[in-house]
Design a protein around this ligand. Structure first.
Ligand code: SF4
Length: 586
């Protein structure tokens, strides 16, 4: 947690998270008090509370259960389990029970796709849900057992690293990269990173040495280092492992960056869903302070002062976008900034800021310790090194895999035990849907770049369910700032619903395509640019799955009253023959 305490408006989000945690909601008196003590308007604070899905102004129950609603959780039966819990506890999904004991709802992917179905109970991760576990949870809730006294195995997260390659199997010595910087200087470090061809591992792939150089060259009173540990892309969970098992390497990479750019303060922006990692991370930071690798005079070097603070997110996918993340770090709503200027010259507190993800900082530390040649010993000429993948879905061994760049999708599928694969979604909901005729393509910046999510769908799956799930995900996560994305994600969701229930015509597919292309061209940030990817890829590569659901393949009017009424007829059980519209469309 950071900021100069209760008086710092930048600390607003962290204070609100603390109140939510202790009171289960943000009471009106707390809002008034914060407005006065932080010098903020009440409206501003309300805007922040409403923006983050884990903050509420009303009590949602002593136990708030949020089921992860990623498509892989659904494939593992999450919907039925949520209904089972709702039935056991006599509460409707989306509501709070009258006695305020419990509420049940859905949330976006919680980063446990390899061991779902998963849920959050008052922010704590529960994995591997089964009917038996659901009944156990229902009993614990009814008996009002405090969360701290729940059986520990409910919260045990198993990080399965199924394949290690160059980086994860290499020796790591705490302080080695920093000592190299101390003896050989900034120019050598940047040269090594440049020769290694290190690029941002979050998906965008910006040259790391160049980013650090630009930041170092920008004159300012302060410089900042920020680690984006807000991995919210559906289906990704590799950072969860890195933050748990390789946190020291991450801190080494961040401190190295601080030495290069001249920063005294750094932040790890930790997604709210990974709150359980907060304490282990704080222990690592403390250990490094005791070892002289963090804090004042690092490695005994006068004036080399740097420390890292942890900032928690609160359930907003858009905060993974670097400028939105900085807004959130400053205690505001995570609305992407208009760029340029980019954070590297004007970021946190308007100062030059390097934002990189967990894997990038770790790679930077490891390259500095082992040398650029070592890193370039695997991978392709344009994409040296390796990539971590989070593999989930229809395969025998879901988990974390490290592959050299240049590995084909076919080889990845074979390694994780996937059979009869119909499609792969690479890069999460915002990524690309890959058909079997592309499985010989490779993982690389020059071919398929990815942040690391790799979801497998076998031939038994209704692929349209995945496309629909991703589309609804974007509607939920759009920050609402710009019209093409705010309205577009809503319209895509509505149109997809028509397809799903069999009311759509070929004209609706045409509209989906036009709308998707428009959003790609006119939205403000990456979320809007990519929100239609699943639909556009589906229409292009799997047209049959859409065609099979069409009510008509001719260009009929988009609104079909009779078809729309059909849902109401089914719900009420009434079907008056005189209340049908002749000929269907109106
Ligand atoms: Fe917000 Fe979407 Fe616009 Fe990005 S594209 S700024 S997420 S509304």
């Amino acid at each position: 947690m950071h900021g100069s305490g209760e008086q710092d408006p930048f600390n607003l989000l962290q204070i609100l998270i603390g109140i939510q945690q202790s009171s289960h909601y943000i009471p009106e008196e707390a809002i008034q008090h914060l407005a006065e003590s932080l010098g903020l308007s009440r409206t501003f604070i309300l805007g922040v509370i409403e923006f983050y899905s884990f903050l509420h102004r009303s009590h949602r129950g002593d136990y708030e259960v949020l089921f992860s609603d990623n498509i892989t959780d659904q494939m593992q039966g999450s919907r039925l389990l949520a209904e089972r819990l709702a039935s056991r506890l006599s509460v409707k999904i989306g509501q709070t029970r009258d006695d305020q004991r419990v509420s049940i709802d859905y949330t976006s992917c919680t980063g446990m796709s390899d061991q779902g179905p998963a849920a959050l109970v008052n922010g704590r991760t529960v994995i591997g849900l089964t009917p038996e576990r659901i009944d156990q949870i229902a009993a614990l809730v009814e008996q009002a057992v405090p969360l701290a006294e729940w059986p520990a195995d409910l919260f045990l997260v198993h990080d399965r690293v199924e394949r290690r390659d160059l980086v994860l199997s290499a020796d790591y010595t705490p302080g080695a990269a920093l000592r190299r910087h101390q003896t050989e200087g900034t120019a050598v470090i940047l040269d090594q990173l440049s020769q290694a061809g290190l690029r941002g591992c979050g998906g965008a792939g910006f040259n790391t040495a160049q980013k650090w150089q630009i930041c170092a060259d920008t004159t300012a009173a302060e410089h900042y280092v920020v680690c984006n540990a807000d991995e919210g892309e559906p289906g990704t969970f590799k950072d969860r492992y890195l933050l748990q098992a390789e946190a020291d390497r991450l801190c080494e990479g961040m401190t190295l960056c601080a030495a290069v750019i001249g920063a005294r303060q750094g932040f790890i922006y930790l997604r709210g869903e990974y709150r359980y990692l907060l304490e282990p991370l704080q222990r690592t930071l403390q250990q490094r302070r005791e070892q002289g690798l963090l804090g004042p005079n690092i490695l005994g070097q006068e004036g080399f002062d740097f420390d890292i603070h942890i900032h928690l997110g609160a359930g907003a996918y858009i905060c993974g976008e670097e400028s939105a993340l900085i807004e959130s770090l400053e205690g505001r709503r995570g609305i992407p900034r208009i760029r340029p200027p980019f954070p590297v010259t004007r970021g946190y507190r308007d100062m030059p800021t390097v934002v990189n993800n967990v894997e990038t900082f770790i790679n930077a530390a490891m390259i500095t310790q082992h040398g650029a040649e070592w890193f370039c010993s695997v991978g392709t000429a344009k994409s040296p090194g390796t990539k971590l993948l989070s593999i989930s879905g229809d395969c025998d061994q879901p988990g974390i895999y490290e592959f050299p760049f240049g590995t084909s999708i076919n080889d990845i599928l074979a390694a994780c035990g996937a059979h009869h694969t119909q499609a792969v979604q690479i890069g999460g909901a915002a990524g690309r849907l890959i058909a079997p005729n592309e499985f010989d393509r490779v993982l690389a910046f020059e071919d398929h770049a990815t942040g690391g999510s790799f979801m497998v769908f076998n031939q038994g799956r209704e692929l349209l369910n995945a496309i629909d799930n991703f589309t609804r995900f974007f509607r939920h996560e759009s920050c609402g700032f710009c019209t093409p994305c705010r309205v577009g994600t809503s319209m895509l969701t509505k149109q997809m619903k028509k397809v799903m229930v069999g009311h759509a015509t070929i004209r609706d597919l045409d509209e989906l395509s036009t709308l998707g292309n428009l959003m790609q061209q006119t939205s403000q940030c990456g979320l809007g640019h990519t929100a239609a990817n699943p639909i556009l890829d589906g229409l292009e590569k799997f047209p049959g799955i859409f065609q099979a659901r069409l009510r008509s393949t001719s260009f009929e009017p988009a609104f079909d009253l009779d078809a729309s009424l059909e849902e109401a007829r089914n719900l009420t059980g009434r079907n008056d023959p005189g209340a049908h519209v002749k000929g269907g469309g109106v």
